[in-house]
Design a protein around this ligand. Sequence first.
Ligand SMILES: NC(=O)c1ccc[n+]([C@@H]2O[C@H](COP(=O)([O-])OP(=O)(O)OC[C@H]3O[C@@H](n4cnc5c(N)ncnc54)[C@H](OP(=O)(O)O)[C@@H]3O)[C@@H](O)[C@H]2O)c1
Length: 285
Amino acid sequence: MKMLITGGRGMLGRTLARHLQAEHQVLSVDRNNCNITNRFAIDLACRNFQPDVVLHCAAMTDVDGAESDPDAAFNVNELGTANVAAACSEFDARLIAFSTDYVFDGLLDRPYHEGDAPNPQTVYGKSKLAGELAIRRLCPNHLILRTAWLYGEGGPSFLHTMLRLGSQPGPPIKVVNDQVGNPTSADAVARRVLDLLDSSVVGTWHLTSEGEATWYEFARAISREVPFARAVVPCTTADYPRPARRPANSRLRKMQLERHSMQPMESWDAGLRAFLGRTAARRAA
Ligand SMILES: NC(=O)c1ccc[n+]([C@@H]2O[C@H](COP(=O)([O-])OP(=O)(O)OC[C@H]3O[C@@H](n4cnc5c(N)ncnc54)[C@H](OP(=O)(O)O)[C@@H]3O)[C@@H](O)[C@H]2O)c1
């Protein structure tokens, strides 16, 4: 199949391209050659390439930056996504788009499933939800895949920040211990996308690794695999104020996978060990 990836230079876009190119014809585009806020640019890419599937990874992902520049966030995450959805409809391509746990308010005391009502608390979350609504309005043949706490080759991600800080001696690294989520390898998401391409399922699905951890527990797990030059200590969200409020509960339940009797996602700690093992092996080679 012919696969067009928007935001192809980003972390997830690069990972998807790496997984897909063995079996599919992949064209990765990014802001410089296909700015999704320009309807003409995405139409032209679809007219020229005639994709069977568009994997929509382009997004404004600067969660704190979005608070001070909401226009930029809505321009890309709502308007840009609407352009991609309209182009998919017009050129008869299946749309697979990525969304986020930030569409939820993080207040529930259980993992959020696909049927739970969104209630975003940040500009980023509101702009991503607006993008979801545009997709549902404009392109019936869509899959919206909500993921969270991603890390992948080259980053940037929390894992990459921890590896960088951990490699330098210094005072203990304070890491938030009262936000919980599902640390998820972009490779695991890409593998599951390959499975989903073989089916004609539509709608909104959650795709994160199984099991849960706080950011502190995630950092500790990284430091067990790659010993750090400094300690990691827990702190609270209140100790570490940020412009955008982080959801206290980012855990996502994969109800659609359960309903379709699909294999559960891999556990987050197995995914982490595999990722760090591959990174170490590449460095040694
Ligand atoms: N990373 C996570 O933890 C996470 C969690 C949940 C959901 N997601 C979602 O997963 C998707 C991929 O995220 P990611 O982690 O790969 O983010 P990323 O590394 O920031 O990649 C996003 C890409 O989109 C590009 N882009 C931004 N504005 C654009 C525009 N107007 N036109 C075309 N391209 C544009 C960026 O290019 P520039 O570098 O030039 O800006 C970048 O290459 C996004 O939808 C994100 O919301 C990510």
